[in-house]
Each structure stands twice: as C-alpha cells, then as structure tokens.
Design a binder for this molecule. Structure first.
Ligand code: PLP
Length: 439
C-alpha cells in the first residue's frame, strides 16, 4: 500500500470538512495580518469570520505575538495539578475583573468543547455537594451547538452532530429552538416574536419534575446552527424559570464572549447573568487553544469544604492554564483594552446592520439576521440538495478574496472587531456579487 509523502494531503483527516472536495482543490492559508489571510500562492483574503469566531482582535497582533514568544522561552510548561505558575492566577484575576457580576471564579480548559464538559460536570457535582443528588438531568435546546464531546453533543441539538454516535448521555432533554422565520424574517437585532418559547422549559420541568434537573444550557445567540438570535425577553424569562425551580442556568458564550455583540459578554448585552458561563476562542484571540469557565462564588465555595489536603473537584486537563495560553490571554486582554475592542461592536453595529440588510431582495436570500458584529444571510436551498448553494457561494467568495462561513444554507459572518466600514462594504459587496451570479 502507498505511504503518504510528507507533503501529500492524504494523511490529514480534516475536521468538519468535505475532505475529498478539499483535497482536489485545497485552500491553504500561509500567513495572516490584521484583517487578512494570505494564501500559499500570495492572495489576500479578507477575514469575514475572525478565523472560526475566535480572532476577535485581528491577526498577528504585536503584543500577543511578543508575549507568546517571550513565554515559550521563559516557561514552556508547568504541571497543572497540585502546581501552577504566576500567570495562571494573574490571568484568572484579570478575567474575573471583566466578567459579568458575580462570575468571579475561573476554571481553565483548552477549548470550547472542554469548557462545555467542565461546566456540565461542575453543575452536576454542585447539586450533589449541596445535598441535591437527585438533580442529575441536563437540559439543552434544539439546534444548540456545544462542541463535539459526548456531553456537548448530548445537550446539543444539531442532528448531524449526534446521529452517528449512539445513545449519548442519558437524562438529557431539550427545549425547543427559537427560530421562527414566519414571524421574524429580516428582523434587525432581537426578534420581536417568541418570548413564549421560554415557557417550553416549564413544559420540560413539568414532565421530569424540577427535583431531577441540575442545569439548563443555552447559547445566548446560537452561532454554529446559523445565527439564531433570542427573541426579546426570552433569556430573561429563562433566568426567571430557572430561579423559580432552583435550576442552574449555563450560558455557552464560546462565540458571544469577548466583544462579539458589542459588550464584553452576551450576559452584559442582554442584562441576564447565568450561574456558569462557558468561554473559549476570543479568550486568547485564537492564538493558543484555551477555554475558561466562569462560575459564581457560591458555586465555587460550595466545593471548598472538607479536609484541606483533599482535592475538591476531580476534574482538569494536563494543559489547563498552559503558560503559553495565559501569556497569550493576558496580552489579548491588553489589546482589547488598548483599542476598546470589547465594545467596538456597538459602535459599528448599525452600519453592519444596514450593510447586511441591503442584500434583502438579492437572488436566493430568504432571511437576514444580525446582532452586534454577527450576521447571517439565509439562502433558499437547491431542491433536494441542501447545503450545496451556500457551499458554492463560500467557494466563490474565497476565489474573490473573502472568507465567509456557511452552515447548512446559511452564510454566517463574524469579522474581527477591528473591521473598518470599507471592509464591511467589501464583505457585503462581494457576497452580493457572488449571489447575483450564483445558480
Ligand atoms: N460552544 C459553542 C457555542 C461554539 O460555537 C463552539 C465552537 O464553535 C464550541 C462550543 C466548541 O468549541 P471548540 O471547537 O473550541 O471545542
């Protein structure tokens, strides 16, 4: 049998990728700076997606680059269990200073998926240490995306991410999703209709009884499933129902965290604070893999009992609070602060909104949604061939020097928070031109 050559494309089984299509016509990014990628053949590609919703401050930012270079030479690794290093504490404290009210303890992971597993485990263990061991059920939402590990796909609600993998976690249920294009198509910002979808949580609680439910997990704005924006008042209502029944509310802010909506976190934007907040991606500007789970003090403190020499929470990763990630994270927070990036989205939001909605009426467009610096353009699917139209738009945009992301037949946009108005025009103009020419 043929062994792959060093530069052959065969060996790398690419994640969430149409491998055979890619390897026939590879799209290789060789370098990046600020708002642009550069391909291996030297073409500039405007980044309309902040990498994968993570490079919030743009690419190659000097403070972050220098911090990582310095750190790797100074301390490459420190054991994460029963040991640590100063920057881990410094970074956690800095994060706790900018987090929504009360979310002032931080557990470090290496990705969004790991942050999700960590949050679910904290929720279950918390109920148990509080003497409420019957609260073992976890409630997610249809069309939710919470990464790809078993807990995350169990509470997640994207069918293709679940159907191949057996019976998943037991004791999980889902509330209905909030997408309602019949009433809310072409809404600017938060949809007017649908606060009543939160009442579906009461239905689930009535079915299982609150005494069996540990936590509810939702993305404040669902990203990977195609940018589903919560109806006005919906998250507030979820919070009220959770409080009424003693259920923890977990926000998965892996994409909404660190300025994406024009506020530091979605919890700030919507004025609804969860008990546990999951982050990753923008925590290090995507430069070094990292996740951070924020918890309220009373949750953290509930674990801090018993003999002091005993481990309080049997969970953690070899690379939790990795020195390179902490160094990158500290420099990322400095960059966000220096340039006001955690709120810059608010200044640009209305320009972004108008630009996106100018595509209303363009061929194939059935809905446009936006909030902060997030946008979605939903296309009519080709009959019998879902995803094909959006994928061909993605390929053509790339040819024309623009990186977009598609999920199903939805174009999802989330440029770095340093994007200029001219670049917003370029993003929207390119998509418009490609759609007009698309089959
Ligand atoms: N949760 C949400 C809401 C996400 O959008 C993502 C990734 O896009 C994840 C979790 C998983 O993050 P990761 O790919 O870093 O594991």
């Amino acid at each position: 049998m043929r062994r792959p050559l060093p530069n052959d494309l065969a060996a790398f089984w690419m994640p969430f990728t149409a491998n055979r299509q890619f390897k026939k016509a590879p799209r290789l990014l060789a370098s990046a700076q600020d708002m642009h990628y550069y391909t291996d053949d030297g073409r500039a590609i405007l980044d309309g997606t902040a990498g994968l919703w993570c490079v919030n401050a743009g690419h190659g930012r000097p403070k972050i680059v220098e911090a990582v270079q310095k750190q790797v030479a100074e301390l490459d690794y420190a054991p994460a269990f029963q040991m640590s290093h100063p920057k881990a504490f410094e970074f956690a404290s800095r994060l706790a200073q900018i987090s929504p009210e009360g979310l002032d303890h931080v557990f470090f992971t290496n990705s969004g998926s790991e942050s999700v597993e960590t949050a679910l485990k904290i929720a279950l263990a918390y109920q148990r240490v509080k003497g409420q061991g019957s609260r073992t059920r976890l409630i997610g939402r249809e069309r939710g995306y919470h990464g790809v590990n078993f807990g995350g796909i169990s509470v997640g609600g994207i069918v293709s991410n679940r159907k191949m993998f057996g019976t998943l976690l037991s004791g999980v249920d889902h509330i209905r999703h909030t997408h309602d294009p019949a009433r809310n198509a072409f809404t600017k910002g938060e949809p007017e209709y649908g606060v009543e979808f939160a009442e579906d949580l009461e239905r689930i609680i009535a079915l299982h009884d609150a005494s069996t439910i540990a936590a509810v997990i939702v993305e404040p704005v669902a990203g990977s499933t195609g940018v589903l924006i919560p109806p006005k008042g919906y998250l507030k209502r979820l919070r009220e129902i959770c409080d009424k029944h003693g259920i923890l509310l977990i926000f998965d802010e892996v994409i909404t965290g660190f300025g994406r909506l024009g506020a530091p976190f979605a919890a700030d934007y919507f004025g609804v604070v969860p008990d546990i907040m999951i982050t990753a991606k923008g925590v290090t500007n995507g430069v070094v893999p990292m996740g951070a789970v924020f918890v309220k003090s009373d949750i953290h403190d509930a674990f801090m009992t018993g003999p002091e020499h005993l481990i309080e929470f049997f969970h953690g990763y070899t690379y939790s609070a990795h020195p390179l990630a902490c160094a990158a994270g500290l420099a990322t927070l400095d960059t966000y602060a220096d340039e006001g990036l955690l709120t810059r989205g608010a200044e640009l939001a209305s320009y972004w909104e108008q630009a996106l909605h100018s595509l209303k009426g363009t061929k194939h467009v059935v809905d446009i949604r936006n909030i902060g610096l997030v946008g979605a353009i939903e296309l009519e699917s080709i009959a019998g061939e879902p995803t094909k139209r959006a994928f061909s738009v993605f390929l053509e945009c790339f040819e024309r020097g623009l990186l977009i992301r598609t999920t199903g037949d939805i174009i999802a946009l989330s440029p770095p928070l340093i994007v200029s108005k001219v670049q917003i025009d370029q993003i929207v103009g390119t998509i418009g031109d490609v759609l007009k020419a698309a089959a």
